[in-house]
Design a protein around this ligand. Sequence first.
Ligand SMILES: C[S@@+](CC[C@H](N)C(=O)[O-])C[C@H]1O[C@@H](n2cnc3c(N)ncnc32)[C@H](O)[C@@H]1O
Length: 246
Amino acid sequence: MEAYTGFAEVYDFLMKDVDYIGWVDYIEEIFGMEGVKPQSILELACGTGNITNKLAKRGYDVVGVDISSDMLTFAKNKAHDTGVFVKYLNQDMRELDYNKKVDTVLCLCDGFNYILEKDDLLSIFKKIYSLLKEKGLFVFDISSYYKLSEILGNNVYAESFEDISYIWENYFDEETSICQLDLTIFKRKDKLFERYKEIHYQRAYKIEEIFHILKNAGFNNICGYKAFTFEEFEFDHERVNFVCKK
Ligand SMILES: C[S@@+](CC[C@H](N)C(=O)[O-])C[C@H]1O[C@@H](n2cnc3c(N)ncnc32)[C@H](O)[C@@H]1O
């Protein structure tokens, strides 16, 4: 199965311990620290809208983009259930067809790790630069090289719950810096379990590579923090959060 098709159904369950409210608080802290009060936000790789819908609830005017229509179905349903309006676009961010200028662009929780070619990342960053208004903010994170190569890479993770179980086998290729994530999911259907598989590929980027690509795209004012803090990022941190000002 394609990435984020069957997985969409279990994504929110498997992410249930992620503090998304704290994540949105952190984004707002960044706005405060940068002295900006954005109104319009474009969120790339928004998935099931966990951040998108919360931002909309807090009054921002948000557009969410994701390549997976299955993930977006959950995002739209949750927006409807919570009474917020978000415009969701089913698009591959490598071919983003969106031209309205915005105050802020976000891409959170690994979105850019799914971009396997540096050239694609460069053209995405260039497009983002062109979409941002003057002094606009671009905030994103990636799983670090250390996390993909040493924590996830060549390790197996598994968990078993009442209605869902998964096995997650990972293989890291040092030559390409790509981590192959083989997910086998078992989901209860009455008395039996349905089993399905998805393969995801994530690229591990070193922080210097990201800085280099950002600069080539036009960004000069860039900071890299240990995610959820304002501490300088170090090699063995698992998630790095970038804040770039146009
Ligand atoms: C780990 S999920 C993160 C979802 C969401 N940002 C969150 O915080 O829960 C990664 C998302 O990236 C999306 N994605 C991967 N490649 C993409 C691409 N080329 N264009 C747009 N979305 C993409 C996937 O469909 C998936 O929803």
